[in-house]
Design a protein around this ligand. Structure first.
Ligand code: SF4
Length: 1010
């Protein structure tokens, strides 16, 4: 019989004394002190005469946090037993210390997430005993492995074995479960054969151990005495069984949890089941109803949300005031910026420590990038906890992996070299990289090719050149290591040979408080261990195999947690789910969009793992899904003590605010919130005051106040303000002796907008290698190989050559990759039907040229040259879909340059007179062939082209870089730093001239005050 008691509002130590004897389930809403109550019980239990206590929780971070609090609060030095562990750690202790009873031949090897996936994949590829039926064509895909690896773990968590699964098929379960049951059996056998166990299997085996060996149960219970379970609403069947066995063996259990707070239902937890556990364990129920965290609007909002879910929450009273705010922003970048700014203002103005703030995101994997970049821009320190980042995403580890990626695939140099250069392995700073990029542009080659030039030709100072050369040498060495050594050995060689790592060790030794160096060393040590374990499990496994396994993006949390960062005063950046059990002063829940929070679409999955928990009809399943999402939202909404901020923005004009925002009971803003103008730094404050000061529309008093504040602001010197300057003032001219070396595409950019040319080609800010470029290069290659006869005759050979070279990793998503893949296939069809014959008769392909124009040099490449009557036609393939008109082709600068090149380049001139230049569009069929638009040279074409070019080349050489008000800005990436656009006006825009300074002249440098 259940005995519900409401505990009074008292300190945790007093409450612990009020708990009834026997097994107890403590129910409480957010912030009611459940964890604190369990922690308060620990010291007395550990010190007491009847057994001790084991304190269990669901996540490693919660376990670490509780252990730290327990140890900090303990006055005694004998604190060995004072700690909190995860269920997995507890089960691992049982299994490894009784490995012989479980028929292991030594200590079992615990598989990490990637290793479990890898085992499923290799079993799938080598096991032929499972008849997958209609699923057979999918078996060797990675997506199938993803699904099956998850399904295997889902079964283990729910204690469902192969026979149970088969029985469920007989009872109407999905037919795919029949082969999955056979696979599950094979998987279990392989694990036993290799003396290994996966994470979910640990719990099941610990349960088997206690069930089958009463003496082990008796010893365990005698040693533990009491088992304290935090986050008990998340217990899965395997954990629950373990708990029931311990209680049956004589242990006392005290469970604490929020019955309305289950967010791990997908892992097998049963929502709302917690109060019923008291009956199962023969215990009593007590309630905590006073929230120490929430109050006022924040508490009202949480209760409204819970009420909307239809599930009765625990009664909750609050004593504080938690403010609730909702803000909308125009787009994700503005939202990320606003969030970073908000945190910085809260820290600087309101004095909130960074470590007391958090940003919660619906899905870290998809949305963390913009937020991280914004936090870095605003100098807001942040940390990602274990489970929030994979070890391989840790920057220092990522660079090492990038080194090996490059060593294994030198074609990725354009993509990987820039970040490697600025990594610790390269050692360049962004300014040095820009200088190198600029030198590459002036030398007219890609950065990847340029770094391979002799040191003296790199065009940068000797110190930088030395670092570049050392990095290239390391890449070459890595190329040898990946061919000769296993993954572990490869890392060891890099560790020994990269000077950066020796420097890192020196820095950490010289300054033990250097958190950044400590974190990098921690990460490298953890990475080394992970590699050693990987090779241990798969002897001889190469770096390619390792990369193949870890490049899957969706492993759950890995076991690495940087101790240096865990304690740092930094904003926590977490997924909503990972915020369980945490509390902050300020919490921002970002990305509150319908479709994201709540997620409104769920894949069924090949194996429909959700049916393991019962077969719901579609309406009931949709309702259950929505309720689960609401609980997730409540979790995020209930983490803040003082201030909870919910933000959302539309991505590319699409997206509606989360329905849960309406349930909060606050007014949603109809329009995007204006940017926060609060200055963050003296310079920003000075800028804002100067704007007020020079705004004639403002009241005189306001301007006067701005002037006096400016005068009193330290570090502000009106003498250093400037109002006008040239776009560049580099004493080194861009074009030595006024002679420019450029390409037709760059000078084409200059013609459209001088400033864009400056940003992209002179300042070296254009480092984009777009997927469109990669795709275009591929199509050019296939067309050329086919026309030269290097691909066998026939559409299948053509497509095979395409398939071999197409890499979905170029594209931002699989959907985009798929679209391009289809476009490419269509182009090849058309090419084969109507272009191949003519292409085979072409005179030349991919011809490089270099021509002099008025003392300048223009380089370029022509895709194809055809014979046309007595003359030649010059062709350029455009694989994009935007079609130029005949008129645009007639005035195309690119085609005009081709014409000049065909007249002046001796090799091209020998082929005949140019009579037509064409842009050819493989993606745009017209009348059964590629669409073509042409330029036909008139009698004075050469002179007109030369004149047009000279104006541009002289302008660029003379460093005339004004923005063009009539430029085609649609695809310009520099809008944010272009004074022609509102978002960039403050970057280069001149201020008003101080009185007395001349407003005429050629634009002298007046100092650089901004
Ligand atoms: S945004 Fe327009 S004006 Fe500004 S640099 Fe780009 S193309 Fe030129």
């Amino acid at each position: 019989m259940r005995n519900d008691t409401v505990l009074p509002d008292a300190p945790p130590g007093d409450l612990a004394a009020l708990l009834p004897p026997g097994n107890v389930v403590v129910l409480g809403g957010p912030g009611t002190g459940k964890t604190a109550l369990l922690e308060a019980m620990m010291p007395a239990l550990v010190a007491g005469s009847v057994g001790g206590a084991v304190f269990l929780t669901s996540s490693r971070q919660a376990a670490v946090a509780s252990s730290e609090r327990l140890l900090a609060a303990s006055a005694s030095a004998a604190t060995g037993a004072l700690g909190c562990v995860t269920w997995h750690a507890f089960a691992r202790g049982l299994v490894t210390s009784h490995a012989d009873l479980l028929a292991y031949r030594g200590e079992p090897r615990l598989l990490s997430g990637p290793e479990q996936w890898s085992l499923v994949r290799s079993l799938l590829l080598e096991t032929t005993g499972v008849d997958w039926g209609g699923l057979a064509p999918l078996v060797d895909t990675r997506a199938f492995t993803d699904e099956l690896a998850d399904f295997v773990l889902a079964c283990e968590r729910r204690l469902i074995g192969p026979d149970d699964l088969l029985d469920r098929v007989g009872a109407g379960g999905p037919p795919a479960w029949a082969p999955a049951a056979a696979f599950l059996a094979a998987y279990g056998e392989r694990l036993a054969l290799e003396d290994s166990v996966d994470q979910a299997g640990l719990l099941a085996q610990a349960g088997d151990l206690l069930d089958d060996t009463p003496e082990v149960l008796a010893v365990t219970v005698a040693r533990m005495g009491t088992v304290l379970v935090d986050e008990a609403q998340e217990l899965d069947p395997a954990q629950l069984r373990l708990l029931e066995l311990l209680v049956a063996g004589g242990a006392r259990a005290v469970l604490a949890g929020d019955p309305a707070g289950t967010t791990d239902a997908f892992r097998g937890a049963t929502p709302g089941a917690l109060p019923g556990y008291a009956e199962r364990l023969g215990g009593s129920v007590v309630r905590l109803e006073q929230s120490r965290r929430l109050g006022g609007p924040g508490l009202d909002a949480v209760q409204r949300l819970q009420g909307a879910g239809g599930q009765a929450p625990v009664a909750l009273r609050g004593g504080r005031t938690t403010a609730v705010e909702v803000a909308r922003y125009p787009g994700p970048a503005d939202e990320a910026d606003a969030v970073a700014r908000l945190l910085r203002v809260a820290h600087q103005r309101d004095g909130v420590a960074y470590g007391r703030m958090a940003v919660l995101l619906p899905s870290l994997r998809r949305t963390v990038g913009p937020i991280r970049r914004a936090l870095e821009r605003y100098s807001v320190p942040y940390r990602l906890g274990a489970g929030e980042r994979q070890l391989i995403a840790e920057p220092i580890v990522r660079y090492v992996l990038d080194l090996f990626r490059l060593a294994l695939d030198p074609d990725r140099a354009d993509e990987l070299i820039p970040s490697l250069l600025t990594s610790p392995l390269g050692g360049l700073d962004p300014r040095e990289l820009r200088a190198l990029r600029r030198a590459a542009l002036l030398a007219d080659r890609t950065l990847a090719r340029h770094v391979r030039a002799p040191s003296a030709e790199l065009g940068v100072d000797a110190r930088v050149a030395g670092r570049v050369t050392r990095l290239c040498r390391l890449v070459d060495q890595a190329g040898r290591w990946v061919g000769e050594l296993d993954a572990d050995g490869c890392f060891w060689e890099v560790w020994q040979n990269a000077p950066a790592f020796a420097g890192l060790v020196r820095r950490a030794e010289a300054d033990p408080t250097n958190a950044a160096a400590a974190r990098q060393l921690d990460a490298l040590a953890a990475f080394s261990r992970a590699l050693a374990l990987f090779v241990d499990g798969r002897p001889g496994a190469s770096m390619r195999t390792y990369l193949d396994v870890v490049e899957r993006a969706d492993f759950a949390g890995d076991p690495w947690l940087s101790s240096a960062m865990a304690r740092a005063d930094a904003v926590a950046l977490l997924s909503v789910n990972a915020a369980k059990g945490r509390e902050y002063d300020v919490v921002v829940v970002a990305g509150c969009l319908e479709g994201t929070l709540p997620r409104t679409t769920w894949s069924q999955g090949l194996f429909e793992a959700w049916r393991l928990d019962g077969d719901l009809d579609p309406v009931a399943r949709a309702q259950a899904t929505l309720d689960a999402e609401r609980r997730r939202f409540v979790l995020g909404a209930s983490r803040a003590r003082d201030r909870a901020v919910f933000t959302w923005s539309r991505a590319e004009g699409r997206g509606e605010p989360s329905r849960f925002l309406a349930e909060l009971g606050v007014q949603l803003p109809g329009e995007p919130s204006p940017p926060d103008q609060t200055p963050l730094e003296p310079l920003e404050a000075a800028g804002a005051l100067r704007r007020v000061l020079t705004d004639w529309d403002r009241a005189a008093a306001e301007r006067l106040a701005a002037a006096s504040t400016l005068a009193a602001t330290p570090g502000v010197d009106p003498g250093s303000w400037w109002w006008r300057r040239d776009w560049t003032h580099d004493p080194e001219p861009i074009a030595a002796e006024g002679r420019l070396r450029t390409s037709y595409s760059r000078i084409g950019t200059y013609e459209d907008c001088h400033l864009r040319y400056f940003f992209g080609s002179v300042a070296g800010l254009d480092d984009r290698t777009s997927y469109q470029m990669a795709f275009g290069k591929l199509m050019h290659t296939v067309f050329e190989l086919a026309a030269k006869g290097e691909v066998a005759d026939g559409p299948e050979a053509l497509k095979a050559a395409y398939r071999e070279r197409f890499d979905p990793a170029w594209f931002p998503s699989r959907a985009v990759a798929h679209q391009f893949w289809r476009d490419g296939m269509d182009m090849l069809e058309l090419w084969h039907r109507s272009e191949w014959e003519a292409a085979k008769r072409a005179l030349a392909f991919e011809i490089d040229f270099a021509i002099a124009v008025g003392g300048h040099l223009i380089r370029g490449r022509i895709d194809r040259i055809d014979r046309l009557g007595d003359g030649i036609a010059l062709l350029d393939y455009k694989t994009g879909r935007t079609l130029a008109t005949e008129e645009q082709a007639g005035s195309s600068l690119q085609l005009a340059i081709y014409y000049l090149a065909a007249l002046r380049d001796p090799e091209l001139a020998a082929l005949g007179a140019p009579v037509k230049m064409q842009l050819v569009y493989p993606a745009r069929p017209r009348q059964g062939r590629f669409t073509r638009v042409s330029q036909h040279p008139g009698p004075d074409h050469a002179q007109r082209v030369e004149q047009r070019l000279l104006t541009l080349l002289d302008g660029a050489a003379a460093e005339s870089f004004d923005p063009n008000p009539h430029a085609d800005c649609r695809f310009c990436q520099f809008k944010t730093i272009c004074p022609m656009w509102p978002q960039g006006e403050s970057f280069l825009a001149p201020a008003q001239p101080p009185a007395g300074l001349t407003t005429s002249g050629s634009g002298h440098e007046q100092g650089a005050g901004r």
